[in-house]
Design a protein. Structure first.
Length: 188
């Protein structure tokens, strides 16, 4: 009986060291060597300062910028409080928020249908991407605010569309932070 306890304790220690320390360290080292940008959080630098990550949405409220999907994460786009709103489709509060957002967007582009992802939150509330339709929907507002032609802003959107991963996974998308950074560079 005594040897069973010794064996159990040794097995626990060995598996803890191997699976709790060695394995994560080896994988972290491999990831850092093969994919350094992704392993460090896909951080985006501007003038030597970290301004965000291409993996997390940020709040852009000015008419001069493309807006991301709405966020229900904490106080809006709070990575420490990721999550959806948990409101059911039958919730009057959700219906009122959606209708308010739709009315506001339709006032900016009368007669054009509002893309669904501009009024609905993602599961995490931190989705950094919007659909190409959502980006194109915002072009006229941004072009007016920046005194640019719609064509110039349309070209910028087209250059930022990322295709489906491996041609079959996901949907075409536009990263809002990267698009807004290039928009700033365009109007300097």
């Amino acid at each position: 009986m005594h040897s069973v306890w010794k064996t159990s304790i040794r097995f626990t220690l060995v598996t803890t060291v191997l699976l709790g320390f060695a394995y994560p360290l080896v994988l972290t080292g491999i990831a850092g060597a093969l994919f350094p940008h992704q392993a460090s959080g896909s951080l985006i630098l501007k003038d030597g300062h970290v301004i965000g990550s291409s993996l997390l949405a940020q709040s852009f409220i000015s008419d001069r910028y493309f807006h991301p999907r709405p966020s229900a994460a904490g106080n809006g786009y709070d990575a420490t409080s990721s999550g959806g709103s948990n409101l059911a489709q039958s919730s009057q509060k959700l219906v009122q928020r959606l209708q308010g957002d739709i009315d506001k967007l339709q006032a900016q582009n009368p007669g054009k249908p509002v893309p669904i992802d501009l009024v609905t939150t993602s599961g995490s509330g931190l989705d950094p991407d919007i659909t190409p339709d959502s980006a194109y929907y915002q072009v006229h507002r941004i072009a007016q605010a920046r005194h640019l032609s719609d064509e110039a802003v349309n070209k910028l959107v087209a250059a930022h569309i990322t295709s489906r991963t491996l041609g079959i996974l996901g949907e075409p998308r536009v990263n809002v932070l990267e698009l807004n950074l290039d928009l700033d560079a365009l109007t300097k």
